[in-house]
Design a protein around this ligand. Structure first.
Ligand SMILES: NC(=O)c1ccc[n+]([C@@H]2O[C@H](COP(=O)([O-])OP(=O)(O)OC[C@H]3O[C@@H](n4cnc5c(N)ncnc54)[C@H](OP(=O)(O)O)[C@@H]3O)[C@@H](O)[C@H]2O)c1
Length: 403
């Protein structure tokens, strides 16, 4: 009997030690957070999704529904999805194409964001919003307080982005919304599937479609490194007290002269064009007008010509816009790659995009010299039957490491 009682006592002791250590572990190990990322297939969203999937899988889980699964144009979609998933935060990197009409720009870029915020308010979770330098005037060292006046003359893109920023502030003050606005300038990075912004400029040079310099000397802009952004978003999520209800410019410390960037790209690509002749803005503006008329004329014959949407930013090629980084520098965020700039990233970007555009048959100039020829590609082109037979012989057994 005594023996039985002492065994039960020891068991109780073991269980209580076990229970205490589990409790302690639960207190010291933070709960794994679940985030919803809207726009995960885009340039910014894709980079964020990749970061959270590869660098934080132990502590943060990310769901990135496509716009087919969750369209932020649809309020019910937002409510249903967030109610079901019950996330700990929402990041919004969705945007309608920059030249979309007023209705789409309003519904996706503005109303969609407002509805996401209403859901975040209801769930009591943070909302991280990607904004844009398009809401800023031209000028140097612009601060987070600066913005264009809200007027009907703004492009649909800029107007919708500006309206969101205003509503976020309003909802912060009146509904206690826990938000952070991250203003991006010209973004560079991999995985831009649409060829837009900086990558459009790069593409025009690689495609030798820019005969002369469409800018003037000493015009400078700020650039955002897409690779660094996820580190900032992660930091912002971990430090809500500091970053809540705040706006930050997320751009490289030093601005870049556009003419110098074009020259550097040209020399990397070993091209002679664009020639260093600076075309004055009035000439370019007249050219844009003529192209617009011509494209409308061609439409009469059923030939659809679409000019690059970036033409709406043509004026910006001739005017500086640099964003102040003082607030970012003074924050607790530490740049994970302080030496990385657009210049140091260029070699990698050149290889990535030339390969991508080559595979998509968008440019052909560099294929052979840059990447050589691929043996399998050769077989696929010239001897598909032999290739098929060799695959059937050697490479169709089930993967043993999955079995
Ligand atoms: N790229 C730049 O140079 C730049 C510069 C400054 C600021 N920004 C800001 O950064 C953010 C992301 O831009 P980005 O360049 O990454 O855009 P992007 O590559 O064009 O991607 C847009 C994303 O939005 C999604 N989307 C579109 N309509 C949607 C809807 N109705 N519901 C849900 N998702 C929808 C798209 O998803 P689907 O593919 O599934 O339709 C796509 O994933 C935007 O806020 C933009 O203003 C970008």
């Amino acid at each position: 009997m005594v023996y039985f009682i002492s065994i039960s006592r020891s068991l109780v002791q073991i269980f209580s030690i076990f229970y205490e250590s589990i409790k302690r572990l639960a207190i010291t190990t933070p709960k794994k957070r679940l985030g919803v990322l809207i726009g995960g297939s885009g340039l910014i969203g894709g980079t964020l999704a990749h970061y959270f999937k590869t660098k934080t899988e132990e502590i943060i889980d990310i769901r990135a529904p496509s716009s087919k699964k969750l369209s932020i144009r649809n309020t019910e979609d937002i409510k249903r999805y967030l109610r079901r998933v019950q996330p700990d935060f929402v990041i919004n990197a969705a945007i309608a194409t920059i030249d979309s009409d007023a209705q789409l720009a309003f519904e996706v870029n503005y109303l969609g964001c407002v509805n996401l915020c209403r859901a975040c308010c209801a769930l009591g979770i943070p909302y991280i919003h990607m904004s844009s330098a398009s809401i800023l005037p031209n000028g140097n060292n612009l601060t987070e307080e600066d913005h264009l006046p809200l007027s009907c003359n703004l492009t649909n893109y800029a107007k919708s982005k500006l309206m969101v920023e205003r509503t976020l502030k309003y909802m912060g003050q009146n509904q206690g919304l826990d938000y952070t606005i991250i203003r991006l300038a010209i973004v560079y990075g991999e995985h831009d599937h649409k060829i837009q912004g900086f990558h459009r400029l790069f593409f025009s040079i690689a495609d030798e479609a820019m005969p002369f310099f469409i800018t003037k000397k000493e015009v400078r802009h700020s650039y955002t490194n897409a690779n660094k952004l996820p580190y900032f978003v992660h930091h912002v999520l971990d430090n809500r007290e500091e970053f809540s209800q705040q706006t930050y410019h997320f751009v490289d410390k030093d601005s870049v002269e556009l003419a110098d960037l074009i020259l550097t790209l040209r020399s990397y690509l070993e091209l002679k064009r664009p020639r260093e002749i600076y075309v004055p803005y009035p000439v370019i503006k007249a050219g844009k007008y003529t192209l617009n008329r011509l494209s409308k004329f061609l439409n009469w014959f059923g030939i659809s010509v679409r000019l690059p949407p970036e033409l709406m930013f043509l004026e910006n090629f001739y005017k500086s816009q640099t964003l102040s980084t003082s607030k970012l520098q003074q924050s607790s965020f530490k740049d994970p790659f302080p030496d990385e700039t657009i210049y140091s990233a260029l070699p990698q970007l050149v290889v990535y995009y030339l390969e991508r555009w080559g595979h998509l048959n968008l440019i052909t100039t560099f294929n052979e010299e840059f990447f050589g020829s691929n043996e399998l590609e050769e077989d696929f082109i010239n001897s598909p039957k032999e290739l098929l037979d060799s695959v059937h012989q050697d490479s169709v057994s089930p993967f043993p490491d999955i079995q």
